[in-house]
Design a protein around this ligand. Structure first.
Ligand code: ADP
Ligand code: MG
Length: 346
């Protein structure tokens, strides 16, 4: 483990994208941006001038796939003819629901990471997140009462989310339970569309879904993409960068979705032990090829104490690179991260 203490207060998350050097004469960069899952999705494909139009068409088609997954994972809205997370929530305590295998896949991985993190990662915190959200939306003023949050605990048992892979069903056994795939669905969608684009023959591309970055191959001439990591204390700046190819980098941070009350920041990453926003870090960044896993791990490690997070990675995901940006500005990296991370701005 290498520990670097920065002199200035530094902040977090993946945001700035830049290629290491200039492109070759043949390779040109084509980009497009869409909005889904409450965030901007930017596609950048390196191609040749003659292929610009087809690259644009591919990005648009790929994003339709992203939107399809966004609709499946949506817990706020139902759509005519589509069984999605809101359907599962409506049927809580009533009946198992036959769902798209993609939702089964997300839930199985979510349960695995929940077990590995001793419950720090939980996709059934919905009833608690909904209360915090009401304060963030200013529908309620102040902060939730702890007793009111604790009363919800009977609805937060992940064992009461039943998966039947044979029947392809999901079932929340208690009325009032709420499935929330917000910590994993964006990674899943990013992973899916990256595979989809690669299958069409794309060899050099970056997909950036609001802090979930996936690269197909590397830069056409330089071999690596340099991905800037957002400074949690200066949202226009970066605190460091990672040089990556054919992998994904995902950051969970406290600086994008939050409200302040009495000078304290209350953000959207909840520690299931306290039902309060997790307080140890400003951000946690994961680099590992599978973007779904990177998404789940970045949330799980945001909640876990440093030693527990380090142990989780060493036990189950050796080789996965991690940066913990702590609440006091200390930046901690593991050995795998040291090979690809550069501290400091551009
Ligand atoms: P973002 O969506 O901002 O990129 P994350 O991937 O970390 O960030 O997911 C945050 C979302 O996950 C929250 O908005 C909430 O819906 C859900 N969530 C909050 N706390 C947890 C937790 N401890 N485990 C799993 N999901 C969580
Ligand atoms: Mg996540």
């Amino acid at each position: 483990m290498k520990k670097i203490t920065s002199l200035i207060m530094i902040m977090m998350s993946c945001v700035v994208l830049s290629a290491c050097q200039t492109t070759s004469d043949e390779a040109i960069k084509v980009s497009d941006q869409f909005f889904a899952m409450d965030t901007y999705i930017t596609y950048t494909i390196y191609t040749t001038a003659s292929q610009t139009e087809s690259a644009k068409a591919l990005m648009s088609e790929a994003n339709s796939e992203f939107e399809r997954i966004a609709d499946l994972a949506n817990r706020f809205e139902s759509f005519e003819g589509l069984v999605n997370v809101s359907t599962i929530n409506e049927q809580a305590g009533i009946t198992p629901v036959v769902v798209d295998p993609m939702l089964i896949e997300m839930v199985l991985l979510a349960k695995e990471v929940a077990a590995q993190s001793n419950g720090a990662f939980s996709v059934v915190l919905g009833p608690v997140s909904e209360i915090w959200q009401q304060y963030q939306d200013s529908d309620l003023v102040g902060i939730p009462n702890q007793a009111e949050l604790d009363e919800l605990r009977p609805l937060l048992d992940l064992d009461n989310l039943i998966v039947d892979t044979q029947a392809s069903t999901l079932y929340l056994t208690e009325p009032g339970m709420v499935l929330d795939l917000g910590a994993i669905a964006k990674g899943y969608a990013t992973e899916y569309v990256a595979k989809w684009l690669a299958d069409t023959g794309i060899e050099h591309a970056i997909i950036n879904a609001g802090g979930n970055v996936k690269t197909i191959g590397g830069h056409p001439t330089n071999g690596a993409f340099r991905i800037g990591l957002q400074d949690p204390n200066d949202l226009g700046g970066i605190f460091g960068s990672v040089a990556i190819q054919s992998t994904s980098v995902v950051t969970s941070g406290d600086y994008q979705r939050y409200f302040e009350y009495d000078g304290v920041r209350y953000h959207h990453l909840i520690d299931p032990a306290t039902l309060q926003p997790a307080r140890l870090y400003r951000s946690v960044t994961i680099v590992t090829p599978n973007s779904t896993l990177a998404d789940a791990l970045s949330t799980a490690l945001f909640v876990l104490p440093l030693e527990a997070g380090q142990a989780l990675i060493e036990t189950y995901y050796p080789g996965t690179a991690v940066i913990w940006y702590s609440a006091d500005g200390t930046v901690t990296t593991n050995v795998a991260m040291d090979e690809i991370f550069t501290l400091g701005g551009e």
